[in-house]
Ligand binder design. Sequence first.
Ligand code: PEP
Ligand code: MN
Length: 362
Amino acid sequence: MESTETTQQSAVQAAWNKRPLIISGPCSAETEEQVIETAERLAKTGKVDMLRAGIWKPRTKPGMFEGIGAKGLPWLQKAKKLTGLPTTVEVATGKQVEDALTFDVDVLWVGARTTVNPFSVQEVADALRGVDVPVLIKNPINPDLELWQGAVERVSRAGIKQIGLIHRGFSSYGNTEFRNAPMWHLAIEMKRRMPGMPIINDPSHICGRRDILQATSQKAIDLDFDGLMIESHIDPDNAWSDAKQQITPERLAEMLSAISWRKEDVPSESYHAALDKLREQINHIDDELMQLISQRMSIAEKIGEYKRNNNVTILQATRWNEVLDKALLKAGKVGLSEEFIARYMDAIHMESINRQNKIMND
Ligand code: PEP
Ligand code: MN
């Protein structure tokens, strides 16, 4: 018979390797009853692979609930025993790593407020030396991929073999649709930089509210994320932290059922043939676009020479307004969004300015 420890290890490995990997549980462990009931109701859905709960909460301002502390770890241990769900907890200090491991937490995660601080990440990494535990690393609160990658490297250098990423969005000033701007392109770039490393999406902290959780989760699945971490609570409105974004285990199950799960590829010849044909067209158009942009830049350089010879400024606001207005008007007519064309024209214009700047000042 397998020992309990090996059974548990294989349960953790099975969860870690499952696609999509679904992690859920409360933002914070609050009471033993709350943790156990959440775990049992999540397990009952049959749709969750791992139980999360915040034990130590890095809150933005003092006076908010800062987590129950190590006292909550035995509750998680009990929840695991009752449901078989492996557990995961956020750690931000060496002591927290030690405490979490003492109470058999199966997977550790580094939070967004920790990833920003190399001292803290290094302390966590040092505490992980010689330990065989999977670690998930959330993106830093600011959109800096180097910091995110740096945290992965620190944990990896400590000898941790199983590392995954969690994309939870990035802080910005002022009220926006999202609590943390997803900036999907950054997650995509991180995926490119770290091929083969699992990346989980955390729509709860991106959205900060329930009504857009499902659409955001769907978007993550459409972008080929490996799983989701979604906060759930037995009584979301009365949660001690992040009340607005939590959902009941039953609502989570409904939401997961409504998601269209996608795969990265299918073994269908007709699908591949059709895609290859269309992609060839795309490649061709990309080539042409590049040629045209290059021609446009050559003309801009010629204009730069005239401006230099006549001592005229690079920018004439009226001309730029005309160009932009015309492009935006055209955008609607050809089915392109104004937002995209504004960004596109801005990029083209900045490159033109840089070229002319060189011509005029070299
Ligand atoms: C959390 O998962 O509850 C949490 C604090 O997340 P983040 O580190 O993304 O803010
Ligand atoms: Mn939270």
